[in-house]
Design a protein around this ligand. Structure first.
Ligand code: BTN
Length: 263
């Protein structure tokens, strides 16, 4: 088992999350490193952090901008004793944990279904959960979290849609080790709340910071798209979308965006 990162260790106030820790200068993706470590026996709560990622991944096959030293690239191995179908709300729990950590560091985040974290309407953090399961059993779950901490500039294609914690707090730099330790504490708290209270407890925490609820949106899932009003998040984390014909559609996965302009 690796020792906890020497900078994080004195700040870590968790019972189990982050007690096994790998800090890499660079890697393809911390999610891949965490999954490989999980297959080799990493304990529940093991964390991988890298200074840079060469092939950082986002949802839907997108690339996650991962330059050296500017941000947090963090993956945690979890081993929930749950059927695979019951696991998805863990991602919502991670979203709430990230939002609370950002709040405690001076930002005012909101959550965009299913698991984007925004500040000032721009993306400040993203979550990519990847599960390995056999039949009805979860082998491991890797929850990967990317938080834009200290970037002041973004590549041109991200400039209009991305922000960083440093930008959100008037240019004041962020101490990555302190942020990582605080994130571990909030993640442990919300994971435990999920285990003890189930998905409804997590969904309630998520709704308090929800962006877009009540707004007209377009939800895309593969080649399908639905437009309607994002009415609510149900207790399992699905989006309830009021379609134009009045029907209520329950959407369990997809991408939320503004409705297409009327032609
Ligand atoms: C998204 O919003 O699309 C999810 C982004 C998740 C990025 C993080 S960075 C740490 C971990 N490693 C990866 O390759 N991806 C996640």
């Amino acid at each position: 088992m690796s020792p906890v990162d020497e900078l994080v260790k004195p700040l870590l106030a968790t019972a189990w999350l982050g007690h096994a820790w790998r800090h890499l200068l660079t890697c393809a993706s911390t999610n891949d490193e965490a999954a490989a470590w999980a297959r080799a026996g990493a304990p529940h709560g093991a964390v991988v952090v890298a200074d840079a990622q060469e092939r950082g991944r986002g949802r839907l096959g997108r690339r996650w901008h991962s330059p050296a030293g500017e941000s947090l690239y963090f993956s945690v191995v979890l081993r929930p004793a749950l059927e695979p179908a019951r696991v998805p709300p863990v991602t919502l729990a991670a979203g709430v944990a990230v939002a609370e950590t950002l709040e405690s560091h001076g930002a005012a985040p909101s959550l965009k279904w299913p698991n984007d974290v925004l500040a000032g309407g721009k993306k400040i953090a993203g979550i990519l959960a990847e599960m390995a399961s056999v039949k009805d059993r979860v082998e491991h779950l890797v929850v990967g979290i990317g938080v834009n901490l200290n970037a002041l500039e973004f590549p041109v294609e991200l400039a209009a849609i991305a922000t960083s914690l440093r930008r959100e707090r008037g240019g004041r730099p962020v101490e990555r080790a302190a942020f990582a330790a605080a994130l571990c504490a909030r993640l442990e708290h919300w994971y435990q709340r999920f285990v003890d209270g189930g998905a409804p407890v997590v969904a309630a925490g998520w709704r308090r910071r929800a962006a877009f609820l009540g707004a007209r949106v377009r939800v895309t899932a593969g080649r399908d798209a639905l437009t309607g009003v994002a009415e609510a998040l149900d207790d399992e984390g699905a989006l309830l979308l009021r379609l134009d014909d009045g029907r209520l559609e329950r959407v369990i996965a997809g991408e939320l965006g503004p409705p297409a302009p009327a032609s």
